[in-house]
Design a protein around this ligand. Structure first.
Ligand code: NAD
Length: 371
């Protein structure tokens, strides 16, 4: 068997709360997409219960040798403690990010047309929004020297040329992967070059790297303008490339454009090794075990895994279209069933049909098989 014939190896880490429910649904979806070798391991609270630590060396090694890692969510009241020495579920996530050398966080924002009314923005503003925030994860002010004196405090923002080149490369590759779906490869690099020296280095470096890629269109934008444009005209963006702190803020602002936490996927990528793909939401302990968890953010994370982790953009497109189709049919898990008080009924929005995790999963798989 050649390497090309080998089934992609995926490590699935269900984690805690609704994690096992949504990952079980994702595994059914993967079975419908193609042949994958999936192995499952505990992480977070589940691993603390079994092994006394949120991430064992064995699980990290399994992840390192996989082609991609799919995570549900970790955490819950059961493991909350004020004891600083007690193991915490989030240590599992941090250990994975560090162990896999993940330095790029990707968050797509593509509000489904059928859920446009759930956005805090007016429908005509949100329509046609389909953007990707690529955030640098390991540098900048969050990791620079910091200190405190009697009279004040300081945090230092530092970036090396190599760190900027690396994340620019990720954003340009992502723009190309998206361009295969018919969009142009356009990147907006966000900085504060009118004030910050690190931003001037950022801009110089990104412009230089972009010049080596003739197929890319690059624009530089100041962060204050980007924050404004994201709510004024979100559909003008394609890929937004930015540093750690600006990305932290802008990715949350962009995520809220959809208005639905249960719909947001994310990817964390490193240098050639396996990426980590997970929904943005947490373990939702309040609804765990009720069969009502929305699996769609996890399905969209599977789509990201196929596009950016396993080089199967066609399968990623198929999943995203199947998710759109079930929403167009009006199927909604309870978290998506809301009608804004006082808003008149809209004729172009289908009647909502409330379904649980299993029915939603069945419906997406049906759509996938129909296509
Ligand atoms: P949360 O995202 O788990 O839940 C917030 C609200 O959204 C809850 O009402 C929940 O029921 C709802 N919700 C979230 N995902 C949903 C889904 N797929 N379907 C339907 N409803 C959904 O955030 P929280 O309550 O602040 O945190 C709960 C736990 O999750 C905490 O232990 C927290 O540390 C952890 N957490 C983990 C991650 C992660 O694993 N990446 C991220 C955030 C929070």
């Amino acid at each position: 068997m050649t390497d090309a014939d080998r089934r992609p190896r995926i490590v699935a880490l269900p984690g805690d709360g609704i994690g096992p429910e949504i990952v079980a649904s994702a595994r059914r979806l993967l079975d419908a997409v193609g042949e994958f070798e999936v192995t499952e391991h505990p992480v977070g609270g589940a691993s603390i219960d079994e092994h006394g630590t949120a991430l064992t060396d064995e699980v990290l090694r399994a992840c390192e040798s996989a082609d991609a890692v799919l995570l549900g969510a970790v955490g819950g009241p059961r493991w909350e403690t004020t004891d600083p020495d007690a193991p915490r579920p989030e240590q599992g996530l941090l250990g994975l990010r560090k162990g896999l050398g993940l330095y790029a966080n990707l968050r797509p924002v593509r509000p489904s047309a059928a859920l446009a009314h759930a956005s805090p923005l007016r429908e005509e503003r949100i329509r046609n929004t389909d953007l990707l925030v690529v955030r640098e994860l390991t540098g900048g002010i969050y990791f620079g020297d910091r200190g405190r004196s009697e009279a004040g405090a300081h945090d230092t923002c530092e970036y090396s040329v190599a760190e900027i080149e690396r994340i620019a490369g990720t954003a340009f590759d992502a723009a190309r992967a998206r361009a295969s779906g018919g969009k142009g490869a356009r990147v907006t690099s966000v900085d504060k070059a009118n004030v910050l020296e690190t931003s001037r280095l950022w801009r110089e470096t990104v412009d230089r790297v972009a010049a080596e890629h003739q197929d890319l269109e690059l624009e530089d934008m100041l962060v204050d303008n980007a924050a404004m444009q994201l709510v004024a005209a979100p559909s003008r963006f394609n890929v937004i490339l930015t540093e750690n702190m600006f990305g932290d803020i802008l990715s949350d602002e962009a995520a809220m454009l959809t208005g639905s936490l249960g719909m947001l996927p994310s990817a964390s990528l490193g240098d050639g090794g396996p990426g980590l793909f997970e929904p943005v939401h947490g373990s939702a302990p309040d609804i765990a075990g009720t069969g009502t968890a929305n699996p769609l953010a996890t399905f969209l994370s599977v789509a990201l895994m196929l596009r950016y982790g396993l080089e199967r953009p066609g399968d990623a497109d198929r999943i995203e279209s199947a998710v759109d189709a079930v929403l167009e049919r009006g199927l909604r898990t309870p978290d998506l069933c809301w009608v804004e008080p006082g808003r008149p009924p809209m004729s172009d929005v289908p009647a909502e049909v409330e379904v649980g995790t299993q029915e939603m999963t069945d419906a997406v798989i049906e759509e996938l098989q129909r296509a």
